[in-house]
Design a protein around this ligand. Structure first.
Ligand SMILES: Cc1cc2nc3c(=O)[nH]c(=O)nc-3n(C[C@H](O)[C@H](O)[C@H](O)COP(=O)(O)OP(=O)(O)OC[C@H]3O[C@@H](n4cnc5c(N)ncnc54)[C@H](O)[C@@H]3O)c2cc1C
Length: 243
């Protein structure tokens, strides 16, 4: 019965069905001044690159945020439970559906910090820094993670084999167990997520997210930059603040 245990250090982020374009922002914003004429003029917005760039930068700078909500990104994510529970904290404009440990057997897939993951915490509350671990610390992490995950997985399997339901057996699994979810958000809520879950020197309000959720956020950011380049550039230019 014992399945082979897998350790991974990566985060999967794939862009699913999405409707997100810079023109979604400029078109919906222009109804403000054009009223019913907006519908007649909609085709002309596509060619008005300079106007669109100017309008998006204006909206970003003045924090007129609602036009950015007329967009949709759906991400498929594979990440450990300690990351997915951080993602679940984002409420506004964000919908999440996650794999159920009650209805399906979990997979023996566990997070293992890679050799580049900082291990040592210094500083004080509110001003922590994280530094590289030495070889001995990395070996300790590897050994302890392997020991704990193997023990937890064999207990999980033993309970299932004794007919104990999945929702009880899963209680022994660690937060390093991988989970899967779909997260759907709009450009405004995505920018808010990125502002909190990435570290960036250009940020007007610097954030200090956990290393692992930042790996997820960086991959989301790459999709955002590709789908909505003008909005993305304006977000960066104006200090990575969600409008
Ligand atoms: C570095 C870091 C450390 C963290 N540490 C902890 C921790 O120790 N413990 C912990 O529990 N969480 C922690 N969090 C999570 C944090 O408290 C937020 O829950 C999370 O970042 C989501 O942010 P948000 O509420 O702004 O986002 P969303 O829930 O998406 O909300 C977006 C915005 O909508 C508005 N809004 C949403 N809901 C309400 C509401 N009910 N009332 C009024 N306005 C609302 C606010 O303006 C909010 O900024 C941490 C987050 C970060 C980035």
């Amino acid at each position: 019965m014992s399945a082979k245990i897998e350790f991974r250090s990566d985060m999967t982020v794939k862009l699913g069905r999405s409707l997100a374009h810079d023109l979604d922002v400029t078109t919906t914003a222009r109804v403000s001044t054009l009223g019913p004429e907006v519908d007649e003029q909609v085709a002309s917005f596509e060619d008005n690159l300079k106007g669109n760039v100017g309008l998006i930068n204006y909206l970003m700078r003045e924090r007129h945020g609602s036009p950015f909500e007329h967009t949709r990104f759906t991400f498929y994510v594979e990440a450990p439970i300690f990351v997915t529970r951080q993602m679940l904290k984002h409420r506004a404009g964000t919908s999440i559906n996650e794999e159920s440990g009650r209805y399906r057997e979990m997979l023996p897939s566990f997070y293992m910090p890679s050799l580049v993951r900082p291990l040592v915490q210094t500083g004080k509350v509110g001003a922590y820094q994280f530094e590289a671990g030495d070889e001995g610390q990395h070996l300790t992490v590897e050994l302890m993670f392997e020991r704990a995950c193997h023990a937890a997985w064999s207990s999980y399997e033993a309970m299932l084999a004794r007919g104990i339901c999945k929702e009880v057996a899963r209680m022994v699994l660690p937060v390093s167990t991988y989970s899967t979810l779909y997260l759907t958000c709009n450009a405004r809520s995505l920018m808010h997520f990125l502002s909190l879950r990435t570290t960036n020197e250009g940020a007007r309000f610097p954030s200090h997210p956990q290393y692992e959720i930042e790996l997820v956020a960086q991959k989301m950011e790459a999709h955002f930059a590709e789908l909505m380049p003008v909005t993305y550039e304006a977000f960066v230019k104006h200090g990575r603040v969600a409008p």
